[in-house]
Design a protein around this ligand. Sequence first.
Ligand SMILES: Cc1cc2nc3c(=O)[nH]c(=O)nc-3n(C[C@H](O)[C@H](O)[C@H](O)COP(=O)(O)O)c2cc1C
Length: 350
Amino acid sequence: MVNDKWFNDKFIIGLSPMDGYTDEPFRLVQAEISKPDVIFTEFVSAEGLSRGGVGLYDVLLYSPLERPIIGQIFGKDPESFYKSAIVLCHLGFDGVDINMGCPAKTVTQNGSGAALIAKPELASEIIKAARSGIDDWFNKKVTIDDLKLNQKTHAVIARNLKYSSHIPNIGAQPPTFSVKTRVGITESVVDAWIPHLLSHDLDFISLHGRTLKQGYSGLAAWQEIKKAATMAHQTSTKLFGNGDVTSPAQAIQYGQEFGADGVLIGRAALGNPWIFSADKEGSYEDKFHAMVRHAYHFNRIFPHRLFDSLRKHFLIYASGHPQAKQLRSQLVSLSSLDQLYAIEQDFLNC
Ligand SMILES: Cc1cc2nc3c(=O)[nH]c(=O)nc-3n(C[C@H](O)[C@H](O)[C@H](O)COP(=O)(O)O)c2cc1C
C-alpha cells in the first residue's frame, strides 16, 4: 500500500504549513521557483468547513503545479472532521492532514491543535472520523451533496475545482492520511504519544521537536524526533521531522543522523523561495523578482484583497538588505504592483 503513495520510499523535503503565510500566492511562487516534494495548505477549521464557511475555501485553493498538495484541518469535533475529509477528497487533495500541533491560544483554549496531545482518546476519535470520511467518499457511500451545504458553498466549491483543474472522482487516488504534532505539552511525551498515533496506521506523522509550552522558542529536540522515528520504523508509518531546518543539505543530514523519513521546512522558506532546489541565498535581484511574482499572483488570485497582507512578505524579502530601513518604509506603503515596480532600482542598487 505504502509504495503507491506520492512519497514512495523517497526521502521527502516538504514545505511546512504556516497560517497567515502559506496561502495560494505564496505556495504558487514556491512551486514555480523551487518545488518541495510536498506542500501543505495553511490549517483550516474543520468545524468551519463542515458548516460551509465560504471564506475558508480561499485557503484551499491550489494549482496543479503544487501537487502533491495536502489539506490540513484543525478542530475538536469528530463529526466535523468526517465532513471536512469529504470536502478535501472532493476537492482532489493528495493528502488529508490533521493538526495536533498548533500552540496558538485561540486554538488550544478551544481544545484543538496541540491541546489534543493531552486528550489521546479524543484524538483517536478525530482520526477515526476523518478516516471514515475518506473511506466513505472513496467507496462512494457518501458524496459532497450529502453534507447539505448551502448554495453559496457549492458555488465556491465549484470555483475551487475550476481553479485547481480538478474533476472529482476522475482518476482519483485515495489521499494520504497523516497527523502533524509536537513532542508534548510541557515536556516530551513521545514515548506514549507516538505509539498512540502509530496505532492508527497513519501514512505519516510530521513531528515538530518542540512542546506546546515552548511555542517557537528554544531549539527543536531532534533527539525526541529520533526516538519517534525509531518507533515508527517498527510500523509502516513514516516519520517526518520538523524544526529549525534551514536548507535541503541540513534536512538530508538530519534525516541521516536522526532517522527521519523526511523533513518539513517552515520559516526558512519565507522570503526564500529557491530554498528547495539549492543551498543558496537569493541575490537582491532574485528577491525582487520573487516579490513581484508573489504580488502578481496575489493580485490575480485575490483581486478583491488589499495589498496589506503582502507587506509582511515584502519585509521578509527585504530583510538583510543593506538599505533595509529605507526599503521597509517604502514597502509598507505599497498598494499596487506598479508601485512595486517603481522601487525596483532602490531594491537593486545597494
Ligand atoms: C507563522 C506560523 C504559522 C504556522 N501555522 C501552522 C499551521 O497552520 N499548521 C501547522 O501544522 N503548523 C503551523 N506552523 C508550524 C510550522 O509548520 C512548523 O512546524 C514550525 O514553524 C517549525 O518548523 P520550522 O522551524 O522549519 O519553521 C506555523 C508556524 C509559524 C511560524
